[in-house]
Unconditional design. Structure first.
Length: 120
């Protein structure tokens, strides 16, 4: 597994509170390689959404046309009482869009913007 990660650094993302990419991911893996701490990290295949032209609107900034990537998060609620399922519903969504030049960062850091899907 280690050799396949090193051979294709851009295919993976390492997660533990923050995302680690590329050579930074290798440094983190090297630091924890002989530690049980390494089991806390999640190694993920990166998702490669299709880039699209979009307009980013931020407060106190001019409109910016940019090549963007979007991530859709769907939220659900699941409640059980013993063996009985009490609730299992989709309760909302969040679409986060950012310029394709950024590999990491969210809405709070000012890199991404909240968005709405265009439904036809």
């Amino acid at each position: 597994m280690k050799n396949s990660i090193i051979g294709d650094l851009f295919r993976y993302c390492l997660f533990l509170g923050n995302n680690f990419y590329g050579s930074e991911m290798c440094e983190v893996l090297q630091e924890v390689k002989d530690s049980t701490e390494r089991t806390a990290y999640i190694l993920m295949d990166k998702i490669h959404p299709a880039p699209v032209q979009n307009v980013l609107l931020r407060r106190d900034a001019p409109l910016q046309i940019s090549t963007c990537l979007s991530e859709l998060g769907v939220f659900g609620t699941y409640v059980r009482k013993g063996e009985d399922m009490v609730l299992n519903e989709c309760v909302g969504h969040l679409l986060r869009t950012k310029s394709s030049e950024h590999s990491d960062g969210g809405v709070a850091s000012g890199v991404a913007v909240l968005d709405n899907p265009l439904l036809f």
